[in-house]
Design a protein around this ligand. Structure first.
Ligand SMILES: [Zn+2]
Length: 225
């Protein structure tokens, strides 16, 4: 695996398949399976909703949101009118819930989104992956509580546990702490700029113009202060 392209979602050669449709690094898959067994023993049916995503997958999501083919939501999960937004507003609206292609932790095979399958099914099967589902009274609240207690035992953390003014709180997003470090350390604004410059991405001009601010805020998720 070439780390300098892998962090951008352009090298999946080190990944293995898990549960048919998901891909993770071997060490991450092992850690997740161990955690899943412990969770099951505690009555939590933890399952993967999303894991590795390539640059092209993230690019397709970005472009569909830009064109209004996928809905955009504000911080409180309220639907936005994509057509009425300026290009700049559209960039910020997409970035609340979706990463910049090349800037997603889902490119690494170290990060995954999880939910409680049995609890969701017991509630009729509807699942939107929104904050309220992981809060008191929501179907994934018990799982969120269990994870708070036990994630670290299996080497995981939640990088979006608090909203720092960049990426919104995502209680469902887990990262394998040790495995992610290698990717975190090779990230580079200049490399991302180059990669996006050469990609067929909607809103390219405004993204590149704003990248000095977008990179620390939404890629490094360092917050705004
Ligand atoms: Zn995620």
């Amino acid at each position: 695996m070439n780390l300098s392209s892998a962090w951008l979602g352009e090298d999946d050669s080190a990944l293995i398949s898990i549960e048919d449709k998901h891909q993770l690094l071997p060490a991450v898959a092992d850690a997740f399976t161990a955690m899943q067994q412990a969770a099951h023993a505690a009555g939590q049916d933890i399952q993967i909703a999303s894991s590795y995503r390539s640059f092209d997958r993230q690019l397709a999501i970005w472009n569909r949101k830009w064109r209004g083919e996928l809905p955009l939501y504000d911080h409180d999960s309220r639907l936005l009118d994509t057509a009425s937004l300026s290009d700049t507003d559209k960039v910020y609206a997409i970035l609340i819930w979706s990463a910049l292609p090349g800037g997603s932790r889902h490119h690494w095979g170290t990060d995954l989104d999880v939910y409680d399958r049995v609890s969701i099914q017991a509630c009729g099967g509807r699942f939107d992956m929104v904050d309220s589902e992981y809060r008191r009274g929501g179907p994934c609240y018990q799982l969120a509580q269990w994870m708070q207690q036990h994630l670290e035992e299996f080497g995981f953390c939640r990088p979006f546990l608090t909203d720092k003014g960049g990426v919104a709180t995502e209680l469902w997003h887990l990262s394998h702490t040790h495995s992610a470090k290698a990717f975190e350390s090779v990230r580079s604004q200049q490399a991302l700029y180059q990669h996006l410059s050469n990609a067929p991405i909607e809103g390219k001009a405004i993204i590149l113009k704003l990248l000095d601010e977008l990179y620390p805020r939404f890629v490094l998720n360092k917050g705004i202060n």
